[in-house]
Design a protein around this ligand. Structure first.
Ligand SMILES: Cc1cc2nc3c(=O)[nH]c(=O)nc-3n(C[C@H](O)[C@H](O)[C@H](O)COP(=O)(O)OP(=O)(O)OC[C@H]3O[C@@H](n4cnc5c(N)ncnc54)[C@H](O)[C@@H]3O)c2cc1C
Length: 446
């Protein structure tokens, strides 16, 4: 049997990257450990700042970190994972550039594949709504907003102008609230500075939440306060309401009302990747992987899972941990300690438990709301804390510098309104590129 142990990490998001970093540290220069990471994106995406990309405040690659820059002692595969076989300990991957299928074998597997936007099986909403999950989503929203501004500036039909200037975000969690806050700022500033013919009274911003108040993670007091602030800056906050259907130019609500609007953004839930859903192991009814207190997938001691694709129960409250980057990062630390113990033959493992010290969100320019060590903070101080904290957590100095520069530029200059159209893609079908890596098995011959 080979002395070399293969650790395979699936996903290059918060969980995958943190596990990679810690595993590389634990097994530094160890020739008997081979680490590999697979992700369909060749970059790590810093999602807490994604809404700022959707408003053009920062640039897409300010918050993306190429995974290869983080691979000090690991092999990276830019590929989509299409199948995980626990029995044979193989993961089937499809290369991005030519669509060819291969398989990677492993001794230890870490699954951190996150999730995708959940449209709750409503195909109309899926077809007509924008999501806010990937960097492409954020770029699409930004282009859509600029396109709507340009279109509204050229029509004299008042009803049509209002439809073009109506933006509806569904989802009262962090992603939805931060996105409406950003877009509201962008549209109102742009109309004032560059599109005076549109008229500010024709702008309509809606935030729809099924809950009694927005930002339930912050509790009723701050959630209601955040709602009041958004109303003050021109956002209609519609609570206890669900969006049930959508078309090209409308969104229908379960209270019987229909909002005519050309831009619908869906930030209302997380769906599980089909690769995860199909796995032969215990799942929660949401589709997430059930893990034990050591973050191992039930019934498979050499397989660990964390982050948005894992169902991790808080041992103190009995409730599941919410799907946040903060929880995922803390899970990574426990997971890597346990993975290390398993590899070196220790029999004692650490139980995962974490109590958040704080939670915060931005609501627009110079306004945020936070609970830190139980203290409620709002306004510019919370906004400054948000910026300082999230900038400090962004990986790599060069990215921190880029974001700080974009923020500075936004304080000094007016927002960029460039509209860039579709980009052509080239796909390779006839070129055969051979790999000489022994951990790759040619699965299906071309
Ligand atoms: C707009 C937005 C704002 C947010 N703001 C905050 C915040 O302020 N604070 C906070 O704590 N949390 C925030 N979150 C939540 C946070 O982003 C997630 O909880 C966190 O990313 C979960 O980490 P993960 O590793 O499980 O998944 P992800 O970070 O989503 O990573 C999943 C990785 O798996 C890859 N992948 C998925 N499927 C496949 C496949 N089939 N093949 C190959 N690769 C695949 C993806 O490309 C990605 O690299 C926000 C989320 C969003 C969308």
């Amino acid at each position: 049997m080979s002395k070399i142990k293969k650790i395979l990490i699936l996903g290059g998001g918060f969980g995958g990257i943190k596990v990679l970093k810690l595993v590389q540290k634990k097994f530094k220069n160890n020739p008997n450990i081979r680490i590999s990471l697979v992700s369909q994106d060749n970059y790590f995406l810093y999602t807490p700042m994604l809404p700022q990309v959707s408003s053009g405040l920062i640039h897409p690659n300010d918050i993306t970190v190429p995974i290869r820059k983080l691979c000090k002692q690991a092999e990276f595969y830019h590929a989509a994972i299409s199948y995980i076989d626990f029995e044979q300990k193989l993961v089937t991957i499809t290369r991005e550039f030519d669509g060819k299928v291969r398989a990677l074998d492993y001794d230890y597997l870490v699954i951190s594949l996150g999730g995708s936007t959940n449209f709750f099986k409503n195909n109309n909403i899926k077809k007509h709504a924008f999501a806010i999950k990937t960097v492409e989503d954020a770029i699409s929203i930004y282009s859509q907003v600029i396109n709507m501004l340009e279109s509204a500036a050229q029509t004299s039909d008042l009803d049509f102008k209002k439809e073009l200037m109506t933006f509806t975000v569904v989802g009262g969690g962090f992603a939805g609230v931060e996105t409406i806050g950003e877009i509201n700022q962008l549209v109102r500033d742009s109309v004032k500075n560059f599109y005076p013919s549109i008229g500010k009274d024709n702008i309509s911003m809606n935030l729809i939440s099924s809950k009694e108040f927005i930002l339930p993670e912050l509790g009723p007091k701050l959630g209601k306060m955040a709602g009041e602030y958004l109303k003050k800056v021109g956002v209609n906050v519609i609570t206890k309401t669900k969006a049930i259907d959508a078309g090209e130019d409308f969104v229908k609500l379960d209270n019987g009302k229909t909002i005519p609007c050309m831009t619908l953004i869906w930030a209302a839930g997380i769906d599980i990747d089909p690769v995860i859903a199909e796995l032969d192991c215990k799942h929660h009814k949401s589709g997430k992987l059930k893990v034990d207190k050591y973050l191992r997938v039930s019934g498979h001691d050499e397989v660990f899972a964390l982050g948005d694709c894992a169902f991790v129960t808080n041992p103190i409250t009995g409730e599941p941990y919410p799907a946040t980057a903060q929880n995922t990062i803390h899970q990574s630390v426990t997971l890597v300690d346990n993975l290390y113990s398993l590899i070196v033959g220790k029999t004692r493992f650490k139980e995962f438990s974490f109590k958040s010290k704080g939670i915060m969100t931005t609501l627009g320019r110079k306004v945020a709301i936070a609970v830190i060590f139980g203290l409620h903070i709002k306004g510019p101080i919370a906004w400054l804390i948000w910026r300082t904290y999230y900038l400090s957590k962004l990986p790599m100095f060069e990215k921190k510098f880029q974001v700080a520069t974009s923020w500075m530029a936004d304080l000094l200059f007016k927002r960029d309104l460039t509209f860039i159209g579709l980009i052509k893609n080239k796909y390779l079908t006839k070129v055969d590129i051979k790999s000489d890596n022994s951990s790759i098995k040619d699965f299906f011959k071309d």
